[in-house]
Design a protein around this ligand. Structure first.
Ligand code: NAP
Length: 280
């Protein structure tokens, strides 16, 4: 009897050495006893189109896409999901009827982490403040709008970048400079850092959290280090905190489900595995 070949998936980036996606997906493959593989593939920008065209012929049922290919891969898909279209970027690819479908799971991962780690964070969700207006911030803004935020206030160094998101997001998205923060924070339910500040090797994000209401949630999507200065300050003030590791883990769930047919769980054991890897 012929059996189907074990599904094969890869993560594509340039460079790809530091990707933690294989650790996550191979943990789940082992845990659920699924015979599939998940590997890293370093693909240079000039090789991306050919690599994706041959994805299925090379035996891959799908792929994750990371820097710097998220936007280019979007343009190479036969079809994209609504989430990917809003962002102009894909991080998850799969094949359906010989067509390459692109999806973006960053927003879903971000919301799932908040749901798991700060239950009730969105009731009410009158104002969310997102600091940053890069690729990640864009995913967060649209996810927060989908979740029903009355206002998503973007605070970014370069105003033009936040205005571009607001033009697409509509009247619930407002744009601000850093000087506006103290006033904004007084009536903020959720504060998110989506800049690269606070990452290892970068300056910290310095904000006075004093004006935040005591029931506010502070989320930093940076995950190296696991606890940024911003989160430490929030924790010391007694605010509920969410780090970036949850988003990293939950954004992987939809891809695994699509390729391997099972919804995987984010367990303390998986968290510990990735935390140990980050700690080096
Ligand atoms: P990006 O597109 O390069 O955007 C970087 C953002 O940071 C921009 O808003 C930029 O402001 C701001 N920024 C950088 N340096 C700054 C400085 N010195 N002062 C003020 N603002 C500064 O990056 P991205 O892809 O959106 O990623 C942003 C962060 O999210 C990274 O730390 C990344 O690791 C993290 N991330 C986490 C996850 C997760 O799963 N947890 C997923 C994706 C990303 P300007 O617009 O003014 O340049």
């Amino acid at each position: 009897m012929n059996s189907l070949p074990a599904p094969k998936v890869c993560v594509i980036g340039y460079p790809i050495k530091h990707s933690r996606s294989p650790l996550i997906h191979n943990f789940w493959l082992k845990r659920y006893g699924i015979s599939g593989t998940y590997e890293k593939r370093e693909v240079a920008p000039e090789e991306l189109a050919e690599f994706l065209r041959d994805l299925e012929n090379n035996g891959f049922v799908g792929a994750n896409v990371t820097l710097p290919h998220k936007e280019s891969a979007f343009g190479l898909c036969d079809e994209v999901s609504d989430e990917a279209r809003q962002l102009g970027a894909v991080n998850t690819l799969y094949q359906r009827d010989g067509r390459l479908i692109g999806h973006n799971t960053d927003g879903e991962g971000f919301l799932a982490a908040l749901d798991q780690e700060a239950a009730g964070w969105d009731a009410p969700l009158r104002r969310a403040v997102v600091i940053g207006a890069g690729g990640a911030a864009r995913a967060l803004v649209f996810a927060l709008l989908r979740r029903g935020a009355e206002e998503v206030a973007i605070v970014n160094r370069t105003l033009a970048r936040s205005q571009e998101i607001a033009a697409q997001g509509g009247p619930r998205v407002t744009c601000h400079s850093l000087e506006d923060l103290p006033e904004l924070l007084k009536t903020t339910d959720l504060l998110v850092n989506a800049t690269s500040l606070g990452m290892v090797g970068q300056a910290p994000l310095v904000i006075d959290l004093a004006p935040l209401p005591p029931n506010a949630v502070v989320d930093d999507i940076v995950y190296v280090p696991l606890e940024t200065d911003l989160l430490r300050q929030a924790r010391e003030r007694g605010l509920r905190c969410v780090g970036g590791l949850g988003m990293l883990l939950y954004q992987a769930v939809p891809g695994f489900r699509l390729w391997f047919g099972r919804t995987p769980e984010v367990t303390p054991e998986l968290r510990a595995l990735i935390e140990a890897d980050i700690a080096g």
